[in-house]
Design a protein around this ligand. Structure first.
Ligand code: NAP
Length: 255
């Protein structure tokens, strides 16, 4: 059995949108290195299933269902964490939606919902976690943005790109403000990762061929390749790192 490379024992982590995909991989990998993990998802059955899977592996995991774009649900999630764990050390704002639409046809409802889930939810969770982390004098917040919000326009993803660019800006503001409390805030900007969110792209051979040709590493990413960066950002190995937006995209964007 190899020695763990990280030690997250006595560390309490909330991952939003953790019922599947990147969020689940992040939750599982923090748990693997000893963290107590709270798995949020808007689909409560999915959150319970995901937490159950980790519990079966012997990890310390709790479901924390709810819509993180809704202030009442967020307040409940943090109350639940207070009651079960009494602290919060790492927040990963991962929940996201990606509607595909031309700007000309975008419904206002879809536009607003995208901003609420991808950006406002991160604000609401950061506010709750930030108050607790300030009192603790320590914490790490990781916002899962996207290359779409930093350096890579996609196509027909205007609300998504706007929300993720907003999340990168919010990350820098939060990093600036929370530095005085010992709380570091970073953004992670994945390229195309193999999850249910990108199934439609993977089912399109033409688009896949184009992406592969443009990615220096020649392949799409796996969810655990995003979680690897999150573990490092939350660890003491990254103690001098805050306010940065990190690409995890096989070298597609090198800026
Ligand atoms: P995913 O497979 O769709 O998983 C996201 C999970 O979050 C789903 O279970 C989703 O439920 C849930 N969720 C959505 N809205 C929520 C809300 N308001 N409250 C709580 N949970 C909510 O997506 P993913 O590919 O793992 O993506 C995770 C994050 O990485 C997202 O922020 C995404 O934008 C970002 N990202 C992904 C890629 C990629 O290539 N996959 C690239 C760059 C960035 P529903 O199914 O009901 O919506």
């Amino acid at each position: 059995m190899p020695e763990p490379i990280y030690d997250f024992t006595d560390t309490v982590v909330l991952v939003t949108g953790a019922g599947r995909g990147i969020g689940f991989a992040i939750a599982r990998d923090f748990a693997r290195f000893g963290a107590t993990i709270f798995l949020n998802d808007i689909d409560s059955a999915r959150a319970s299933r995901a937490a159950g899977e980790l519990i079966k592996l012997g990890y310390d995991a709790f479901a924390a269902p709810g819509d993180v774009a809704h202030p009442d649900d967020v307040a409940w999630i943090f109350k639940h964490i207070d009651e079960k764990a009494g602290r919060i050390d790492v927040l990963v704002n991962n929940a996201g939606v990606e509607p595909v639409s031309s700007i000309l046809d975008h419904s206002l409802e879809d536009w607003q919902r995208t901003l609420e889930v991808n950006l406002t939810a991160a604000f609401l969770c950061t506010q709750q976690a930030g108050r607790r982390m300030k009192a603790q004098g320590r914490g790490s917040i990781i916002n899962i943005a996207s290359i779409a919000g930093k350096s890579q326009p996609l196509y027909l993803r205007s609300a998504y790109a706007a929300s993720k660019a907003g999340l990168v800006g919010f990350t820098k503001e939060a990093a600036r403000e929370f530095a005085a409390y010992g709380v570091r805030v970073n953004a992670v900007c994945p390229g195309v990762i193999v999850t249910p969110m990108t199934e439609h792209l993977r089912n399109n051979p033409e688009q896949m061929a184009r992406w592969r040709a443009e990615i220096p590493l020649g392949r799409l990413g796996q969810p655990e390749e995003v979680s690897g960066l999150c573990l490092w950002l939350a660890s003491d190995a990254a103690s001098y790192v805050t306010g940065a937006a990190w690409h995890v995209d096989g070298g597609k964007n090198m800026a």
